[in-house]
Design a protein around this ligand. Structure first.
Ligand SMILES: [Zn+2]
Length: 84
């Protein structure tokens, strides 16, 4: 990474429709997912990972990504202030 290729923006692929979207126009949405391993020998390990998905604007609108992002931002702000 870091090499400059032709074109100013990196193209991201929309997770929903597969369209190539310039990075600055793509809507990134962080999704948290947890995996639980189911090994018998070892303790169950739960791994959390954040996957960043990119959507084109029309898909983001359709999937209400903007609202989700808004909610995430609100929640983060609440956490910063500290409820009590
Ligand atoms: Zn799309």
């Amino acid at each position: 990474m870091g090499k400059k290729r032709r074109g100013r923006d990196r193209l991201m692929t929309c997770c929903s429709c597969g369209r190539a979207v310039p990075r600055n126009k793509a809507v990134d949405y962080e999704r948290r997912s947890s995996f639980t391993t189911d090994f018998r020998d070892q303790e169950n390990v739960t791994a959390f990972s954040t996957t960043t998905e990119y959507y084109c604007i029309s898909c983001a609108k359709h999937r209400k990504i903007f609202e989700k992002k808004k909610k995430q931002a609100e929640r983060a702000r609440e956490r910063k202030q500290g409820g009590f």
